[in-house]
Write a protein that binds this ligand. Structure first.
Ligand code: SF4
Length: 435
């Protein structure tokens, strides 16, 4: 590659989960600390970071088409960095197939981007998919201005090795960030305007400090911080729902009544083949416990339909589970093989048409469940955290304690916690009236 002028503007495009959104924000802050500014809307950036997600359907192919779209009419392109989980999984391959990419950087190494940019300016391409011992978090700049609801990554990686999932390979083994670093970063987020913090991790409830204290200790410490009104956490694994964490749902009012606890299937044989290491029954017992601790808790989950070998009857067990639990929100996906994972080579891959049909059926059950949950909220009064302006004059959008989107009109400002009566429910949002 030829030397190129140092980039003055950047654009970070993040795909996928909230952890990627967080990483995207941190990369933006890192670039800003280097004096590179966000490209104005509608203008091309000198440097584009594609922060990729490996869970997307045909993830790698989409990255190549995203790269292709960055090419200018004269055949040149801006400086391109590919980051995220596809970068981690396919680093060298991306370099070989996409000559316009200057940098490939994995999720554990993106704090090294400034050095890679300096190399790219001199015409050297680089791949960094190390999982370095030094933590990237120590090398990242301080948090800047944030919105009323901010993310804080507390844990990364996964040791669970579900047979369909690439995370243990792309994000590495479970690591927990130190307690004191997290308290420090939370303070900075609050100073920068956050009123709600969502603690993030691939297995957030596997977080432990040096003395083996669990996530509830961090939640309690954050709850004691003036200025912070709400705490959430995601994504959890059923096996890491400890007694202490369940009790936090009872004892910490700032911990919002919402739990995202993926189950993936409602059938024990399928769960075993997925290596989920829990059963339908053990999952339901956890839900009973969390409901006993916090009766108004809203539940959310993830589901995969068409896992290899899943029969019609096994799929029906999943639908039954959905109907039994009554979820407030859910994410459902068709199984799609990830190269290198055990499930990708299992017998009994389910035909696409069958998966399509099952997904439709499951989503109908999930939508009914979500609509029923929202309708049952009508008449309740609750606090809404105002996150942004709505489409109409004087309209505001925010979130209820149960993570429902609520719109209302009246006197408010972004970052306010306002008392609202919920007056009307749709499948995806509710209308509120200022009290
Ligand atoms: S627990 Fe979650 S992140 Fe870990 S392997 Fe299973 S699905 Fe992937």
């Amino acid at each position: 590659m030829r030397p190129t002028p140092p980039p003055r503007t950047y654009r970070v495009k993040s795909f996928g989960c909230q952890m990627n959104v967080y990483d995207g924000e941190r990369m933006a802050e890192l670039l800003a600390a280097e004096g590179i500014t966000p490209a104005p809307d509608g203008e091309e950036a000198d440097l584009v970071v594609l922060n990729t997600c490996h869970i997307r359907e045909k993830a790698a192919e989409k990255v190549y088409s995203d790269i292709g779209r960055l090419r200018r009419e004269d055949g040149t392109a801006p400086l391109i960095a590919v980051a995220g989980c596809v970068a981690q999984a396919e680093g060298e391959e991306i370099m070989a197939r996409a000559p316009s990419v200057s940098m490939v950087v994995g999720p554990q190494a993106y704090h090294r981007l400034p050095g890679m940019i300096a190399d790219a300016v001199e015409g050297r391409r680089s791949v960094d998919t190390d999982m370095p011992a030094e933590t990237k978090f120590d090398a990242l700049p301080a948090r800047r201005k944030v919105g009323p609801s901010a993310f804080l990554t507390v844990q990364e990686g996964c040791d669970k090795f579900c047979t369909y999932c690439v995370v243990p390979y792309t994000r590495g083994a479970e690591i927990s960030r130190p307690f004191s670093d997290l308290v420090e970063e939370a303070k900075k987020l609050i100073d920068a305007g956050a009123r709600e913090i969502t603690l993030l991790g691939q297995n957030v409830n596997a977080w432990r400090d040096d003395s083996n204290r669990g996530l509830e200790k961090l939640i309690e410490a954050l709850a004691a911080m003036p200025g912070l009104a709400r705490i959430r956490y995601t994504t959890s694994h059923p096996n890491d729902m400890t007694q202490g964490l369940l009790e936090a749902h009872r004892d910490v009012p700032k911990l919002m009544p919402f739990l995202h606890l993926p189950v993936q299937s409602g059938n024990d044989r399928v769960l075993k083949a997925m290596n989920r290491s829990h059963t339908v029954d053990s999952y339901l017992r956890i839900l009973d416990q969390v409901r006993a601790a916090r009766p108004d808790i809203a539940l959310s989950g993830d589901f995969i339909v068409g896992f290899p070998g899943e029969t019609d009857a096994e799929f029906e067990d999943t639908v039954k589970l959905v109907e039994q639990v009554g979820y407030a929100q859910c994410f459902s996906f068709k199984y799609s093989p990830r190269p290198g994972t055990p499930a990708a080579t299992m017998d009994g891959q389910v035909p696409m048409a069958v998966m399509d049909e099952r997904l439709q059926r499951l989503q109908a059950a999930l939508n009914a469940s979500q609509t029923a949950f929202n309708q049952a909220s009508v008449g309740k009064r609750c606090q809404v955290l105002v996150e942004r302006r709505g489409r109409y004059d004087g309209q505001w959008l925010g979130k209820s304690p149960w993570l429902q989107s609520v719109h209302f009109t009246g006197d408010a400002a972004i970052g306010d916690l306002v008392e609202v009566e919920l007056v009307e429910a749709g499948p995806n949002s509710l209308a509120g009236r200022l009290v």
